[in-house]
Design a protein around this ligand. Structure first.
Ligand code: NAD
Ligand code: UDP
Ligand code: UDP
Length: 321
């Protein structure tokens, strides 16, 4: 028998997962972190290991998992284009088989389960900003489809288990999120630009930099995840989770250069296929349901993220002489 709430976080040693585990521990929960370390290392959660309420299980969610918990956050999945396109079949298996296994676990225990879905379900959107009611514009056979369609299928599975088995589900559509513990080499724009600026390397803009993204600081996102999961089990989502502040990639590059005082030049490289031209969440629903709005401005969040990467570079001796 356990008295504290025991929470399973899949992908718990990843960027977002590690922040979520930390926050749940701070709130007194027991946390079971499940990860196969496909895109992360133990380093992200090393500081949590001494905590007796924290347990780490090395496991691939495409295989069944039998544990006893009170709620599940399903975050396991490679998230950056480089990572999820590295082994597209495994990405689809993680999205789909991973979802089936975690839903099967939630169904056996009759417990709430959160799914980390993504703004990528909107594809290259022709509605802007994107409300949850928009069905998206996704190329089903493109290079991104292993992730986009995998996540769309996972959403479909979550709603099928909800309708067919009455499972309490929460589907959150996460927009670009950044912060400390992002992987320095996973090719995402914020980590790339900061690492390049700190090392005095050229800032690589793909295309002409006029494409837009909206960047949410990790703490704001984790706060919304908890509010979504803990309030009103009638509301299943989908719920947009992100910061509506929209910037062009060129603006982002300039901000990073300004913040770091870097002498890096900007270099323009070809735009990858199917790269969405614009992306901004409509967060009216999050405001109405949970009174949530992001608190951390891009400049402040980038500053905190820069500090993290500076420390990483210093400790790993990667800084170019
Ligand atoms: P991340 O790569 O840092 O974390 C993902 C974690 O999942 C890693 O620790 C990885 O090892 C683990 N993992 C991958 N496949 C697994 C498997 N088969 N079994 C067990 N563990 C596995 O990425 P992140 O940014 O922390 O993303 C977390 C979740 O949020 C993902 O589901 C991602 O799709 C979603 N998401 C993230 C963003 C973002 O901007 N960070 C945006 C939209 C959606
Ligand atoms: N499952 C799991 N842990 C559990 C219960 C189920 O990993 O505690 C897996 C199980 O292997 C199954 C999947 O979840 O393949 C879906 O379970 P469900 O009960 O929906 O389907 P069924 O077992 O009837 O195929
Ligand atoms: N991008 C870029 N330079 C980089 C990395 C990414 O210009 O070094 C662009 C990329 O083409 C995309 C945007 O930045 O238009 C966001 O890319 P990211 O991979 O971070 O996220 P996603 O495309 O999944 O939103």
């Amino acid at each position: 028998m356990h008295l504290r709430k025991r929470v399973l976080v899949t992908g718990g040693s990843g960027f977002l997962g590690s922040h979520l585990c930390e926050r749940l521990l701070l709130e007194g929960c027991e946390v079971i972190c499940v990860d196969n370390f496909f895109t992360s290392s133990r380093q992200n959660i090393e500081h949590l290991l001494p905590n007796p309420r924290f347990e780490l299980i090395r496991h691939d969610v495409t295989f069944p998992l039998y544990v006893e918990v009170d709620e599940i956050y399903n975050l396991a999945c490679p998230a950056s284009p480089i990572h999820y396109q590295h082994d597209p079949v495994q990405t689809i298996k993680t999205c789909v088989h991973g979802a089936i296994n975690m839903l099967g676990l939630a169904k056996r225990l009759r417990i709430p389960i959160f799914q980390a879905s993504t703004s990528e379900v909107y594809g290259d959107p022709d509605v802007h900003p994107q409300p949850e009611s928009y069905w998206g514009n996704v190329n089903p056979i493109g290079h991104r489809s292993c992730y986009d369609e995998g996540k769309r299928c996972a959403e479909s599975l979550f709603f099928a288990y909800h309708r067919q088995h009455g499972l309490p589900i929460k589907v959150g559509r996460l927009f670009n999120t950044y912060g400390p513990r992002m992987h320095p080499n996973d090719g995402r724009v914020v980590s790339n630009f900061i690492m390049q600026a700190l090392q005095g390397k050229p800032i690589t803009i793909y295309g002409d930099g006029s494409q837009t993204r909206s960047f949410c600081y990790v703490d704001d996102l984790v706060e919304l995840m908890l509010r979504f999961m803990r309030n009103d089990h009638e509301f299943c989502g989908p719920l947009n989770m992100g910061n509506p502040g929209e910037f062009t990639i060129l603006e982002l590059a300039r901000r990073v250069i300004q913040l770091t005082g870097s002498s890096s030049e900007i270099s323009f490289l070809p735009l990858p296929n199917d790269d969405p031209k614009q992306r901004r969440p409509d967060i009216s629903l999050a405001k109405i349901q949970y009174g949530w709005e992001p608190q951390i401005k891009l400049f402040d969040g980038l500053d905190l993220t820069c500090d993290y990467f500076k420390k990483q570079l210093a400790s790993e001796g990667l800084r170019e002489k």
